[in-house]
Design a protein around this ligand. Structure first.
Ligand code: SF4
Ligand code: SF4
Length: 354
């Protein structure tokens, strides 16, 4: 197991009389018996207490422009250090990030005590961010709601160090979790995957559109800068009328100034047979949104996917300057041009931890 590895208690949990415990981090509200893990696989009940298996475990890391998240209206022109762990509370059929975001294998190893991932103290994340001269830290790649204990600890230190924080989420999160994390988060970049319950049922059978939208609205009310993103998947959520309704919801609930990013789908996983989103649909969605009064709509026809799983390892990242690293920031796959996530595994063998 990683040196210094610690199981950290799940932050929001309700023990029941029979030894079961309910996790209140996300809207699954998993009720778990001793030995059981939640839907995300990242929380486990051991003798009536829930623990986060992935605290301190970092699966991917990169230095990039905040615009890549995509976030366009918060500190534009600055750089963030993006980090993620393992675990997601959705199972999207077109997910590009299975190994990392679901992280089933990695979380199994952690649960069995066989992991070789590095255990990174929150302080070390801040040190690394300073070393690479970024202005912020982004919690991304995996779902930060299921990594909340670490997100909060890193977020607190980031604030003390004068760094801003970005939280990239599917917004299937409880109100209490949002309230806990809000003081340490400056920006929420949230998916609005669809306005159709059928779509969400396909993605995550327990979730409904209203729950997701309510969480996004609550984050906005808590004072977090919110930018939303819709990844348009041909045949799934590309109905122009539905796309227009998403824009109307943003205008009416987050305000006409609230940025909306319309992004292109790239074939992946169970939707490998679905073609890339045609440029015209993205543009139509953006034009419609502007016509109904949304002021900041961005049609991303060329944004990269997250498929660069065979890129350089963290060994290539350490010991080099940020500029040297960025020169190699090239996607190993052919689908998205020259961008991609540089570093995937944050292995102990890479020697970050002295
Ligand atoms: S974070 Fe969500 S999916 Fe994971 S155990 Fe808690 S309630 Fe379940
Ligand atoms: S919410 Fe994102 S990371 Fe999670 S399964 Fe869906 S696409 Fe993958």
């Amino acid at each position: 197991m990683p040196d210094n590895y610690q199981l950290v208690e799940t932050r929001l949990q309700t023990p029941l009389d029979n030894g079961d415990t309910v996790c209140n981090l996300c809207l699954w509200r998993c009720r778990l018996r001793h030995g059981q893990r939640g839907f995300c696989q990242a929380h486990v009940n051991r003798n009536g207490v829930l623990y986060n298996l992935s605290y301190g475990i970092i699966s991917a890391i990169d230095v990039e422009a905040i615009e890549n998240k995509p976030v366009y209206h918060y500190r534009p022109g600055t750089k963030v250090m993006s980090i993620g762990s393992y675990g997601c509370n959705f199972r999207c059929k077109g997910c590009h990030n299975l190994e990392i975001s679901w992280g089933v294998e990695a979380l199994d190893k952690l649960a069995r005590g066989e992991s070789t991932d590095a255990w990174v103290k929150p302080e070390e994340v801040i040190e690394l961010a300073k070393k690479h001269g970024v202005e912020g830290i982004a919690f991304t790649y995996s779902e930060p709601a299921v990594w909340l204990e670490y997100v909060i600890d890193v977020g607190k230190l980031a604030k003390e160090a004068g760094l801003y924080t970005v939280y990239v989420s599917n917004s299937y999160v409880t109100d209490e979790a949002l309230e806990e994390v809000a003081p340490y988060i400056d920006v929420l970049c949230s998916d609005v995957k669809s306005l159709s319950n059928e779509f969400y049922k396909d993605v995550c059978p327990t979730s409904t559109v209203d729950e997701v939208l309510a969480s996004i609205k609550k984050a906005h009310e808590l004072g977090i800068h919110v930018e939303t993103r819709t990844n348009v998947i041909p045949g799934k959520n590309d109905d122009p009328a539905e796309l227009k309704r998403i824009a109307e919801w943003i205008r009416d609930n987050l305000g006409e100034d609230s940025p909306w990013h319309v992004t292109k789908f790239f074939p992946a996983y169970q939707l490998s047979h679905v073609p890339e989103t045609p440029h015209e649909i993205i543009q139509l969605a953006a034009d419609q949104a502007k016509a109904i009064g949304l002021k900041h709509v961005y049609a991303h026809t060329d944004i990269s996917c997250d498929c660069a799983s065979e890129n350089a390892t963290v060994d290539d990242w350490l010991g080099k300057t940020t500029n040297e690293v960025q020169e190699k920031n090239v996607c190993a796959a052919s689908c998205c041009g020259t961008e991609g996530i540089l570093v995937k595994k944050f292995e102990k063998e890479a020697g970050l931890l002295k």
